[in-house]
Design a protein around this ligand. Structure first.
Ligand code: 5GP
Length: 113
């Protein structure tokens, strides 16, 4: 059985979210604890725990997520932004349902912490 996460509950409508985009493959909404003026999460409806679990059959969907992330960033008025996929707890992943962060609207430093 697929493990329930806060994001699978958001997909099912059991937890509310500030939605910015939705289609048959993905959902995008504002992060509840934004790290920048724009901080949006794009998640697949398919419950992959992380990019580690992605398979060749997910190739089209993963490409779609990236294109949607860029479309949303530009709709939000961003010229520059960062696209992040934290993978595993050591890398900062706290919700084990694959998600892409789009962060922007302020000067971003590198390297990340
Ligand atoms: P991670 O650390 O796994 O890469 O990112 C998880 C993100 O999900 C965090 O930035 C966190 O603030 C966000 N988050 C956790 N729970 C919720 C929630 O219930 N609603 C929304 N909108 N974001 C959440």
């Amino acid at each position: 059985m697929t493990q329930e996460t806060v994001f699978s509950q958001i997909i099912k409508g059991e937890i509310p979210c500030d939605e910015v985009y939705s289609d048959e493959q993905c959902l995008a909404f504002r992060d509840i604890q934004p790290q920048a003026p724009v901080h949006i999460l794009i998640i697949p409806r398919k419950p992959l725990k992380s990019i580690k679990d992605a398979e060749v059959e997910d190739k089209e969907m993963l490409g779609h997520l990236l294109l949607v992330s860029a479309q949303i960033a530009q709709q939000e008025g961003l010229k520059d932004w960062r696209t992040i996929i934290n993978t595993g707890s050591e890398a900062g992943q706290t919700v084990f349902h694959l998600h892409i962060h789009v962060i922007g609207g302020r000067k971003l430093t590198w390297p990340p912490g």
